[in-house]
Every structure is written in structure tokens, then in C-alpha cells.
Design a binder for this molecule. Structure first.
Ligand code: PLP
Length: 406
């Protein structure tokens, strides 16, 4: 492994492959990031040398596996700046983490007439779980508008908040527009009203430093696969007092103290929320991914992303007919755009023939697409391996598509 960004591409076996006979230019890390050798090796080493089920075994292997799994929890705690490892619940992803909060916290603490505030740019994972809870409780969902640049402003959050607001649930970084939302400011406003704050950190954790206490997040969620870790593992952070006031989300082994036919008692968090055999190797892979990212540090990673966003904006807007979606002053690693007269799916197909992998579609943000007035956008998203050459390849492939469809 290298800790120089210029050499980082060599750490990723998949980036050594070719697509359509060309060097792979992978610009879809917002959907899922590729994996460095360090993550693959950590998971293989676990399966080859330490694998067993955790928590229940009295033998050496199981104790070692338990230590590795709980060590991964401590690593996530440190990464997020949480106060205690008990505040970290492993889930299978951000989607499950939000559903956990909606079902457990929502069904316990929300009643008809209560309000949840979301923003226009939320991913479906931070919309649909709340709609499901609305059907069961009669709560109201209110939506904070965005500016034409794709910003969320504190004053608009303030205007949408009422004495019935119980939760503000917002992305830390938009997966479509790349906007970094003013989470600290929103949290202060929410707390002043007695509301809690849930932050969807999926698109933030690989790009900006996160400290949940500094942000004022009561809940913070993310998926491991977007920060160079494996799929099947995600994180729910919540303060101990918040988790303790939440009932189990699922029932099963490892989350109980005692089971009788009459009554079952539950363990304290986080075990209460981790029913059944958890994704052990995936937690270990995630810990390796966090180590890998921290080997570079956000002092290097954040400016690297920001420079790439600026360059991509510059290069793409130089092409006649290109329109950018999301031009907020504070952005991270995501550039959405359209090309006049060309459907984003066709654009993505032409780019693929040039070895450039981007995403096209609604990006699981259909309410935002409605506001943008388009059915879909093309989206390039960046990783720590992305280089200026990759942006040049993007520009030249978009120019080729323009010529093809002219
Ligand atoms: N939230 C945001 C902002 C996302 O970008 C995504 C995935 O694209 C999710 C939530 C859902 O993540 P997952 O599918 O890993 O649960």
C-alpha cells in the first residue's frame, strides 16, 4: 500500500483491468467505490486464519474473531469521533440503518401530527422509510427547498420547522448535486426546537472529515461500500441515551439476555440491534478501509476532491450544450450534468465505449429530478484514485458523444 495519492491507483487491482480495450476510468464511486488490496487482504486473512462465529464461542478462533469484530467497531467509533463503541451499530448498509431508526425510534417516539423535516435532495433511502412510518403513525413530512445552485439554506430550514418538528433528516453530501449541506447549522436549529437530527453520511465519509459530536448529529449513517469497504456492512451511530430509549428492530440470537415463553429481555445497545450472525468479515474489511483512508487523511483527500470538481466543472462547461446540475460553493466529489439533445443513458453508453464508467439515471432521487425538471442526469463521481487525466478522458468522451449525436 502507498500513502501517496499519485500512486494510489496501484493499490486497486480492478483499476489495472481494461474496458473495451482502454484503461478503466472509473467515475462511479458515489454508487460504489472500488476496493484497495488492503481491504481484500484483510478479509482473506480473516477467512484463512481467524474465521469463526463471534460472541458465543469459548475457543480461541471465536475469541479472535470476536476481538476483530469489536475492534472494527472501535475503529468506526474513532473514525466518527463518537464517544463510546456502544454508540456504533453495525447494519447491512445505510438503507438498513435508516429503516432501523424509522422503525424503532420512529414507531416509539412519533405520533399523529408530529413532523419530520427532509430536504428536496434526499436519496430514496432517506425518504421512503419515513413515508412507511407516516402510513403507520399519521406524521407529516415537510420538505425544505433547495436553491437553484443546489444549496440548503439555514433560513429555509428555519422556515419549515414548527413546534411539531421531531426530527430533521438530511444528507451530509448530496449524491446527485455534490452539495455539502450545512449540517452543523441545521443541527443547532433543530436542537433549539427540541428536534433530533439524522444525517445520511453515505456520500460524505470518503470525502470530508466527520465528527458526529462536532456536527451535532443524533444519528449518523453510512454504507461501507462507498468508502472502499465491502458491501453488506453499514453503520448506524447514535448517542447512547438515544439508543437506550429504542426497542429492538429485529429479534433473534445474540441480542437477548434471557428468553422464556412468557417474556424475553434484551441486551443493551449495540447488541440489542444486531440480531443474528452479523457481517463479521465485512466489518473487518470496513475497518481496513477506514485505516486505508486515514493513511491519506482528509487534509489531503478533501482538497483533492474539490480540485477535481472544479476541474470537471471547467472542462464540462467548456463543451457547448453541457448543463451542470449542482453548482453550490461547497461541493464534494460528485458532478451531475446533461448534454442537450442526448439522453443521459445514451451518453453513459458512449462514454463506456471510451472506457469511462459514469452513472446515468435518477440516482434514487426522483423528487429532486422533478425539481430539476429532468428525468435523469449523467453523474461522474470521484475517488481518491481519480486523476486529472481521468477528467480529461471524461471531457474527451463527452465531446465524442456530442459529435456522434450532432
Ligand atoms: N444515501 C445516499 C446519499 C446514497 O447515495 C445512497 C446510495 O447511493 C444511500 C443512501 C443508500 O445506500 P445503500 O444502498 O448502500 O444502503
Amino acid at each position: 500500500m502507498t500513502s501517496s495519492l499519485a500512486q494510489a491507483r496501484a493499490d486497486f487491482p480492478i483499476l489495472q483491468t481494461c474496458v473495451n480495450g482502454r484503461r478503466l476510468v472509473y467515475l462511479d464511486s458515489a454508487a460504489s467505490a472500488q476496493k484497495p488490496r488492503a481491504v481484500l487482504d484483510a478479509m482473506t486473512a480473516f477467512y484463512e486464519h481467524d474465521y469463526a462465529n463471534i460472541h458465543r464461542g469459548a475457543y480461541d478462533l471465536s475469541l479472535r474473531a470476536t476481538d476483530l469484530y469489536e475492534g472494527a467497531r472501535a475503529k468506526v467509533q474513532a473514525f466518527l469521533g463518537a464517544e463510546a463503541p456502544e454508540e456504533i451499530v453495525f447494519t447491512k448498509g445505510a438503507t438498513e440503518a435508516i429503516n432501523l431508526v424509522a422503525s424503532s425510534w420512529g414507531l416509539t417516539h412519533l405520533k399523529s401530527g408530529d413532523e419530520i423535516l427532509l430536504t428536496t435532495l434526499e436519496h430514496h433511502a432517506n425518504i421512503v422509510p419515513w413515508q412507511l412510518i407516516r402510513e403507520r403513525t399519521g406524521i407529516t413530512l415537510r420538505v425544505v427547498p433547495i436553491t437553484p445552485e443546489g444549496d440548503v439554506r439555514g433560513e429555509d430550514v428555519c422556515a419549515a420547522m414548527t413546534p411539531r418538528t421531531r426530527l430533521v433528516a438530511l444528507a451530509h453530501v448530496s449524491n446527485v448535486l455534490g452539495t455539502v449541506l450545512p449540517v452543523r447549522e441545521v443541527a443547532a436549529l433543530a436542537h433549539a426546537q427540541g428536534a433530533l437530527v439524522l444525517v445520511d453520511g453515505c456520500q460524505a465519509v470518503a470525502h470530508v472529515p466527520v465528527n458526529v459530536r462536532d456536527l451535532g448529529a443524533d444519528f449518523y449513517v453510512f454504507s461501507g461500500h462507498k468508502i472502499y469497504g465491502p458491501t453488506g456492512i453499514g453503520v448506524l451511530y447514535a448517542r447512547c441515551d438515544v439508543l437506550e430509549a429504542m426497542p429492538p428492530y429485529q429479534g433473534g440470537g445474540d441480542m437477548v439476555e434471557r428468553v422464556t415463553w412468557e417474556k424475553t429481555t434484551f441486551k443493551a445497545p449495540p447488541a440489542r440491534f444486531e440480531a443474528g450472525t452479523p457481517p463479521i468479515a465485512e466489518a473487518i474489511g470496513l475497518a481496513a478501509a477506514l485505516d486505508y483512508v486515514q493513511g491519506f487523511g482528509f487534509d489531503i483527500l478533501t482538497p483533492h476532491d474539490q480540485a477535481l470538481v472544479r476541474l470537471a466543472h471547467e472542462r464540462l462547461t467548456a463543451i457547448p450544450g453541457v448543463r451542470l446540475f449542482g453548482t453550490a460553493a461547497h461541493k464534494a466529489a460528485v458532478v451531475s450534468f446533461g448534454l442537450d439533445g442526448v439522453h443521459p443513458h445514451d451518453l453513459a453508453t458512449v462514454l463506456d465505449s471510451e472506457g469511462v464508467a459514469i452513472r446515468a439515471g435518477h440516482h434514487c432521487a426522483q423528487p429532486l429530478m422533478q425539481v430539476l425538471g429532468v428525468p435523469a442526469t449523467a453523474r461522474a463521481s470521484f475517488a481518491l484514485t481519480t486523476t486529472e487525466d481521468d477528467i480529461a478522458a471524461l471531457e474527451s468522451a463527452v465531446r465524442k458523444a456530442k459529435d456522434l449525436f450532432a
